[in-house]
Ligand binder design. Structure first.
Ligand code: GLP
Length: 241
């Protein structure tokens, strides 16, 4: 999975050196980031004119905090590829005015010409970025409250203690993601199988934010056998009596 997606990215960079990439965090893209580092070292990927926009960041954390997504990205990708620091964009979780920070981020994406290739992971509850399941989704970059299960899934960044994971975050919106020209979603592991099936075959609903990807015309899912295990066909609904 990592090799094929990394090669896809390297090809996209050759076709458009000023490529604008949208980037996720989490465990899933780790092998991909390792592979991109390898391709860069081998002279097969060139990020020197590319730009990146990360999906999300915890609220109330300094960028240098080891649990921040900024630190994660520095550790796993930015220090290993030749991106120019001024073309790397992450939401500032420590911004004095988070709402202004969100507006500023939307503007920066627009001014960069929009996201060409958005990479995504998926939370076991169907979240993308930090767009959590609920009665509605936000179209634009926004401030959001994290579900306890999402905080638990991020505990590894905070010494394994989920209570240390911030309760709030900033995230690009579902509309921001859907405006990307191309989307690649990666998922591995049995715990993703149910949400993958609901994303692909269930109704488009804010209860499964990833289901909004059904509205996009250029989405590729890259799944391992366990994450793709239950993708067999449309969910049959019992007729109502
Ligand atoms: C976090 C991130 C998401 C990511 C998700 C899945 O909550 N905000 O962008 O897709 O986790 O993480 P993992 O790949 O570790 O399952």
């Amino acid at each position: 999975m990592a090799v094929s997606v990394a090669q896809r990215i390297a090809r996209a960079l050759r076709g458009k050196p000023t490529l604008v990439l949208g980037l996720p965090t989490g465990r899933t893209p780790l092998n991909l980031y390792r592979e991109l580092a390898r391709l860069t070292a081998a002279g097969q990927a060139d990020f020197s004119r590319a730009s990146t926009f990360n999906l999300d960041e915890f609220l109330g954390l300094a960028a240098a905090h080891p649990g921040s997504y900024r630190s994660y990205m520095e550790r796993h990708l930015f220090t290993h590829v030749n991106l120019q620091p001024d073309r790397i964009h992450l939401l500032d979780g420590n911004a004095r005015d988070p709402l202004r920070e969100c507006e500023h981020y939307e503007r920066a994406i627009r001014e960069a010409g929009g996201i060409d290739l958005q990479l995504l992971g998926i939370g076991a509850n169907g979240h993308i970025g930090f767009n959590e399941p609920g009665p509605s989704v936000s179209a634009r970059t926004h401030r959001t409250r994290l579900h306890p299960e999402t905080r638990r899934a991020n505990a590894m960044l905070f010494g394994g203690d989920w209570r240390k994971v911030p309760r709030e975050a900033l995230s690009v919106g579902v509309g921001t993601i859907l405006r990307a020209r191309e989307i690649i979603l990666l998922a591995t592991g049995r715990d993703k199988a149910a949400c993958i099936q609901r994303m692909v075959y269930g109704p488009v609903t804010p209860r499964v934010p990833a289901s909004f990807l059904q509205l996009h015309s250029n989405v590729r899912l890259v799944l391992d056998a366990t994450a793709g295990a239950s993708v067999r066909g449309p969910t049959r609904r019992r007729p109502r009596r």
